[in-house]
Design a protein around this ligand. Structure first.
Ligand code: CP
Ligand code: NVA
Length: 304
């Protein structure tokens, strides 16, 4: 019997030691460069990527990661596939599995991701859904640890929308053992089921409405766009989220060595001031670079 494919769908679906190993492998790839040991780990392997939403970092980092490891990629948008004309997700999964060694999908609906994984005979990777963005969190944890050491026991503050990134930070708290304080307007609070899950894993996850309370003494302050891809009501969201902007004043409440992270794309003057995003506490460019190294770790694990 063939083993079940190693899907990378959610941090909560993968055990902590496995995530830790993926990060170690990612750090090794980064350290060794493109000619070092393991450089051709994915020679002869191919990845299909399906995008139902725009992407810069995810698309380029996966494509370059595959190529640097000796593999190949096919990139498609759903509208140019038969998927866009009604071919089922399950049939798509079965067909693609006959051509490629792994499939990455960025889609709004988490059910599509799950259906793809259920039908595929090869690993499926979550490249972002409205629910979560686990690949991003692997790069984020990697970045924090490069700058500040082990994230276990540290204090991370989230300010803004309780969106897909917020939910994934909550899952990361459960997996990597840091404490997470989220400041969100009540109407945009993060999902209670994820908070309950992370608490059940032993993580401290606290929700505040006042951003200063969440940020107080934090080792890292994180935010994300106020209007995620596919969301409506931009003006109302911006009004509700204005008090949660991460600016110099809010950062002054964090710990003296606090860093600032953002998965990007950023909107200067909305969720973050230009001074913070482009300032000395910001590690967002390292965070973006680490998408490349983290993808290598994820791909190497998925493809065994
Ligand atoms: N952070 C992130 O996933 O960026 P893209 O939307 O550009 O892929
Ligand atoms: N929350 C954002 C993340 C983008 C990488 C979105 O879903 O648009």
């Amino acid at each position: 019997m063939t083993a079940a494919p190693r899907h990378f769908l959610e941090l909560s679906a993968i055990e902590a030691p496995v995530l830790r190993r993926i990060l170690d492998v990612a750090a090794g790839f980064k350290r060794n460069g493109t000619d070092g040991p393991g450089a051709r780990t994915l020679a002869g392997k191919s990845l299909a990527m399906i995008f139902e939403k725009p992407s810069t970092r995810t698309r380029v980092s996966f494509e370059i990661a595959m190529k640097q490891l000796g593999g190949d990629v096919v990139v498609m948008t759903a509208t140019e596939m038969q998927l866009g004309r009604g071919e089922t997700v399950n049939d798509t999964a079965r067909v693609l599995s006959r051509y490629v060694d792994a499939i990455m999908i960025r889609t709004a609906d988490d059910a599509v991701l799950r259906e793809l994984a259920a039908g595929a005979g090869v690993p499926v990777i979550n490249g972002l859904t409205d629910r979560s963005h686990p690949c991003q969190l692997m790069a984020d944890v990697m970045t924090f640890e490069e700058h500040r050491g082990d994230i276990g026991g540290r204090q991370i503050a989230w300010c803004g929308d309780g969106n897909n990134m917020a939910r994934t930070w909550i899952e990361a708290a459960g997996r990597f053992g840091f404490s997470l304080r989220l400041a969100c307007p009540a109407e945009l609070a993060p999902p209670a089921d994820s908070v309950a899950w992370a608490r059940g894993e032993g993580a401290t996850v606290e929700i505040f409405e006042d951003p200063r309370e969440a940020v107080g003494g934090a080792d890292c302050v994180v935010t994300d766009t106020w209007v995620s891809m596919g969301q409506s009501g931009a003006e109302k969201r911006k009004r509700m989220l204005a008090p949660y902007r991460v600016d110099e004043d809010l950062m002054s409440h964090a710990g003296p060595d606090a860093i600032f992270m953002h998965c990007l794309p950023a909107h200067r003057g909305e969720e973050v001031s230009a001074g913070v995003l482009d300032g000395p506490q910001s590690v967002v460019w390292d965070e973006a670079e680490n998408r490349l190294h983290a993808q290598k770790g994820i791909l190497a694990w998925c493809l065994g």
